[in-house]
Design a protein around this ligand. Structure first.
Ligand code: SF4
Length: 307
């Protein structure tokens, strides 16, 4: 059965084996980040909405739990920004009633200036907000937010949340070559971070094909420097283990994962190996020729994304 809201489990570099729950329609966001792996945002909104009934999402979650597939964490994440979902607080509560596994929320953090949202997020065990910018200029260059959101909103919201939140706060900074990765930028992050209370800092760089083709990842040397200066953890380049699908046809299983999570060629091969597929080369070739796929060559290898 193809599920609409629940997907995976998929491997997450930060969270382990993660069961994803997506409560918002595709590409619905209050940012349109230059590095977004979904491409440009087509539904730009800053209004929180009840896109789907909480009970429909929970129904699918219940169905999934019946299958007895193991996972480490339930992650609310979307093909867009999950904090725009007005039912977020009740969704977290309902999930927590059904599992003892931690609930994580991956968010761009833009709406943390909204006290109601901060209360809702307080129910989650782990919140992973992004902090890509350090001033209005970098904010408009990288995140290209909805017109009602300023960098000041975002930084004040994150600051307020970091003081109130009782769970694990894991901040992520995405460093884009030539925009926010120089020494001066790193110094500015350091000063912002010194005012926040958080548990971990992850440093990332765009390793999947970005929305804008001129966006470049930083190199290993720069990453090392950033990790040192900011006292962060670098997110490795590739994920390889832990993709799961119950669909028996190999090609369709891959397509169903890619619907939610672009995969690169190594991930596809690793997934096929884990299923003991005897025809890995052939399936990868079929995938390349599948008309539902966008095949993007980036950083020397192919990434598959749904059209
Ligand atoms: S916040 Fe996330 S979903 Fe929204 S545009 Fe940025 S990267 Fe894409």
């Amino acid at each position: 059965m193809d599920m609409k809201y629940v997907y995976g489990p998929v491997p997450s570099r930060r969270l382990g084996i993660s069961l994803g729950i997506s409560p918002i329609p595709k590409k619905t966001c209050n940012y349109s980040c230059i590095y977004c792996q979904l491409g440009r945002t087509d539904k730009m909104t800053n209004t929180r909405q009840m896109f789907f009934p909480v009970k429909d999402i929970i129904k699918e979650f219940d169905d999934f739990l019946k299958k007895d597939v193991s996972f480490d964490v339930v992650t609310i994440v979307g093909e867009g920004e999950p904090s725009l979902y007005l039912g977020l607080g009740s969704l977290i509560s309902e999930i927590k009633e059904r599992t003892s596994k931690p609930v994580a929320v991956i968010t761009n953090g833009a709406l943390l200036y909204d006290a109601d949202l901060r209360d809702e997020l307080n129910k989650a065990d782990i919140v992973l907000p992004t902090l890509d910018a350090y001033d209005e200029d970098t904010f408009s260059r990288i995140n290209r937010a909805h017109k009602n959101i300023s960098f000041k909103n975002v930084s004040q919201g994150l600051k307020a949340f970091s003081k109130e939140y009782k769970g694990q706060l894991w901040i992520e900074i995405m460093l884009v070559k030539g925009i926010n990765d120089d020494d001066e930028s790193l110094k500015k992050y350091k000063s912002i971070l010194s005012e926040l209370k958080y548990d971990r800092l992850y440093i990332n760089t765009p390793v999947r094909p970005p929305a804008e083709s001129d966006v470049e990842a930083i190199d290993n040397e720069r990453m090392k420097t950033a990790v040192e200066i900011l006292n962060g953890i670098s997110i490795d380049l590739l994920e390889s283990e832990g993709f799961y699908s119950e669909i028996s046809d190999d090609l369709e299983a891959i397509v169903s994962i890619i619907k939610r999570h672009p995969m690169n060629q190594f991930e596809v091969e690793g997934f096929l190996e884990s299923r003991n597929c005897p025809r890995i080369k052939e399936i990868v070739e079929n995938l390349r020729n599948d008309e539902r796929m966008n095949v993007i060559n980036y950083k020397g290898y192919d990434t598959f994304r749904l059209k």
